[in-house]
Structure formats: structure tokens, C-alpha cells
Design a binder for this molecule. Structure first.
Ligand code: PGA
Length: 251
């Protein structure tokens, strides 16, 4: 059966020393009180090699927030999936709405990134979600269906390694959360797309996380939905008390 996962997305926050301190504090908190779900922290590239040896890999997985769409070579400033994996990281967020909106990441670019991540044994946390105008026009289903094209060219075996994260853009960092009903409705729809493509068993084994202003006070009711298998957490992942509060929603 699918896993429940709480993943943190640090975004462009925390310098190296602050990031190490945060990882240590989280590791201690979860050593003292073991989580009932998988926990992942996705950090800026420069933190990865320092953070992976600090955390107990049996309790906390580490991931990047992006990787290149090319294997290697003359791509100044880029970081490849192989480089990410060489730090000991096991996950990579791909397709975050901030990458799509500010860095022009298209369905095709993301398809390349997903393939390179998988070729390097990284598990993609693949993000999809609509902007406010699309939600207001009731177009959220078509939007997420179109975004899924980046992962629907994978074999069923490879797709089985992908974690999905539904993140309505209007809920990210805004304090506006999708209602549990809105989350359940679209998560069930996303799972039905997976079932149509790969069959019910693959769909039932796919973890679909919710992201967008998730916090300790709303995590429990969001995660209680049958098709919501955890969260991708931005702001609330930057303090151990908040992040652990969300992890504890599974207790
Ligand atoms: P937020 O971000 O929790 O700060 O809304 C979520 C995300 O962007 O992954």
C-alpha cells in the first residue's frame, strides 16, 4: 500500500549553518519521538552534502528542490541529477509551481528532469496544481491532467517511484488552504488519471501529497482524507515545532 509522507521544501531559505542546525534539531526531535510516516527534507543544493550525514536515514530522507534537464557538460550554474544523488540525497522536487512560473519549466523540460532523476535513482516529488484564475474558471482538472503528461510517458515500473504533490498555486505561501473537501476531490481525480493510465493497483500505491499553507492546525483534517497521503510543506518546514506538528498529524 502507499506510504504517508510529510516532505519539507525549504525553498531559498537558510544559509548553510542555519540549515545544518535545522536538520540536527529535526533529527533529534524525531529520534526522541519516532514519526508514523515517512519524513523528507528537501534543501537547497549547497546543503545536501552536509545534511545527509547528519540525519538518520532510516527516519529522514533528504532531497533536492530541482535538478538539471541535461546529463552533464557546459551548462553553467546547473546541478545534475547524478550530482544530487552523489550527495546521498534520495529525492528531488520537480515541477514546483515556482519553477514553472519563474524559470519557464515546461511539461517537456520536466519530462526530461523526471527521467534523469529516475535514471539516477532519485525519487521525484512531482508537483502539479492550478493558479487562482484556473480554479475560478473551474479548470483545475484539465490543468493537472495536462501537467501529468510529464510523468505519463514513464513505464509503470518507473511511475511507481514517483510521488505526486498537488499544490494549488493560490494556496502556496498565502495562508489560504484548500478545504479538505477541495483537496480530496482533486486528489481522487488525480488518482483516477493514474488508474486510467497504469491501472488501479499502481494508482492505489501512488502517494499523493497536498501542499499549500499546510500547518499543524489544518494537517490532520487534510490528511484524514482517503486520497491525501501527506503533505509538501514550505513555510512550516522551517521551524521544527511546526514541521513536527504536521508530522504528528499521523499519530
Ligand atoms: P507553503 O509552500 O507551505 O509555504 O504554502 C508549499 C510549497 O510551495 O511546497
Amino acid at each position: 500500500m502507499r506510504k504517508n509522507i510529510v516532505a519539507g521544501n525549504w525553498k531559498m531559505n537558510k544559509n548553510l549553518q542555519e540549515g545544518i542546525a535545522l536538520a540536527k534539531e529535526l533529527n533529534e526531535a524525531l529520534a526522541a519521538d519516532k514519526p508514523n510516516c515517512d519524513v523528507v527534507i528537501c534543501t537547497p543544493f549547497i546543503h545536501l552534502a552536509s545534511v545527509t550525514p547528519i540525519v538518520d536515514s532510516a527516519v529522514i530522507g533528504v532531497g533536492a528542490e530541482n535538478c538539471a534537464d541535461k546529463v552533464s557538460g557546459a551548462y553553467t550554474g546547473e546541478v545534475s541529477a547524478e550530482m544530487v544523488a552523489s550527495t546521498g540525497a534520495q529525492y528531488v522536487i520537480l515541477g514546483h509551481s515556482e519553477r514553472r512560473a519563474y524559470y519557464g519549466e515546461t511539461v517537456e523540460i520536466l519530462e526530461e528532469k523526471v527521467k534523469l532523476a529516475l535514471a539516477n535513482n532519485l525519487k521525484p516529488i512531482f508537483c502539479i496544481g492550478e493558479v487562482l484564475e484556473e480554479r475560478e474558471a473551474n479548470k483545475q482538472n484539465e490543468v493537472v491532467a495536462a501537467q501529468m503528461a510529464s510523468v505519463f510517458s514513464l513505464s509503470a515500473e518507473d511511475f511507481g517511484k514517483v510521488i505526486l504533490a498537488y499544490e494549488p498555486v493560490w494556496a502556496i505561501g498565502t495562508g489560504k488552504t484548500a478545504t479538505p473537501e477541495q483537496a480530496q476531490e482533486i486528489h481522487a481525480y488525480i488518482r483516477s488519471l493514474v488508474a486510467e493510465k497504469y491501472g488501479q493497483e499502481v494508482a492505489d500505491n501512488t502517494s499523493i501529497l497536498y501542499g499549500g499553507s499546510c500547518k499543524p492546525s489544518n494537517a490532520k483534517e487534510l490528511f484524514a482524507n482517503p486520497d491525501v497521503d501527506g503533505g509538501l510543506i514550505g513555510g512550516a518546514a522551517l521551524q521544527v515545532a511546526d514541521f513536527k506538528g504536521i508530522i504528528d498529524a499521523f499519530k
